[in-house]
Design a protein around this ligand. Structure first.
Ligand SMILES: [Zn+2]
Length: 77
């Protein structure tokens, strides 16, 4: 299997997913992915995506909670 974007070689890795749950940002660490060694595109397998959805629905307690700074572009520029 090769990258759909650039045709580069893929390798197994882990990543941190950035998702939204009920409008709030959620990070999930150490999610297994396949990543392109050339362009860095990440691919999530169907079974992994399914498990991520399942445990978000279960409402598991997070490992830690972060306070995330939010900037507004119009105010900042
Ligand atoms: Zn690629």
């Amino acid at each position: 299997m090769s990258c759909y974007e650039c045709g580069g070689k893929l390798k197994h890795s882990v990543t941190t997913l950035h998702l939204q749950k009920e409008g709030k940002p959620v990070f999930i660490e150490e999610v297994p992915v396949t990543v392109c060694m050339q362009c860095g595109e990440e691919y999530l397998s169907g079974s992994v995506a399914e498990k991520v959805g399942e445990f978000l629905d279960k409402g598991l307690q997070p490992k830690i909670s972060l306070c995330v700074p939010v900037f507004n572009y119009k105010v900042a520029v």
